[in-house]
Design a protein around this ligand. Structure first.
Ligand code: AMP
Length: 186
């Protein structure tokens, strides 16, 4: 199964993606985690993207697309995967479609986690992950970037008839229960 999990910062994408990965035995590919780990390890990629992540801005499309394309060549992604944090712009979504086309594959589901705006900032501040981009100012920027650059990705996938709306309010288990119900029906 090839799945995208989508939603604003603070919606719980990472948490749910991990659960989906365990339940369905498919790898979890998080572009944000790749960047954070590169920064932690002081790699050339980490040095290149550190200030971008710190500001809550987006890494350039070519960079992210190249990275995902390379990563997906690994055979462990052969039976499917859950993408978290990608695609985050319409050009990234178009590039991802090209990657799938070249492999003769299709997307099974685009899970849209719906969480009211007012809950997002609170959730990020209370999740206490200690991320350098989890300060009120940076969260504000990440939400603005989301609305401007990332929300249009939803309309892009609506045209493909793969969008599944998931109510993202409730406990982790409740939300995961909704996701399972949806995925077991496709
Ligand atoms: P996330 O863990 O998905 O919230 O991502 C953390 C940060 O990594 C974002 O605020 C961006 O700076 C960067 N990032 C992650 N995924 C992407 C992407 N697909 N395109 C551009 N930047 C990204």
């Amino acid at each position: 199964m090839r799945i995208i999990i989508f939603g604003p910062p603070g919606a719980g994408k990472g948490t749910q993606a991990k659960l989906i990965s365990e339940e369905y035995g498919i790898p979890h590919l998080s572009t944000g985690e790749i960047f954070r780990s590169a920064i932690k390890n002081g790699t050339p990629l980490g040095k290149e993207v550190k200030s971008i992540l710190d500001a809550g801005d987006l890494v350039p499309d070519e960079k992210v697309v190249g990275l995902v394309e390379e990563e997906l060549k690994d055979e462990r992604y052969g039976d499917g995967y859950i993408l978290d944090g990608f695609p985050r712009t319409v050009p990234q979504a178009e590039a991802f479609d090209d990657i799938l086309d070249k492999k003769g594959k299709t997307l099974d589901a685009f899970l849209q986690l719906e969480v009211p705006q007012h809950e997002l900032v609170d959730r990020i501040l209370t999740r206490g992950e200690g991320r350098s981009d989890d300060t009120p100012e940076k969260i504000k920027n990440r939400l603005a970037v989301y609305r401007q650059e990332t929300e249009p990705v939803l309309n892009y996938y609506k045209k493909q008839d793969v969008v599944k709306h998931i109510d993202g309010v409730g406990s982790i288990e409740e939300i995961f229960g909704r996701i399972k119900k949806t995925l077991n029906n496709i």
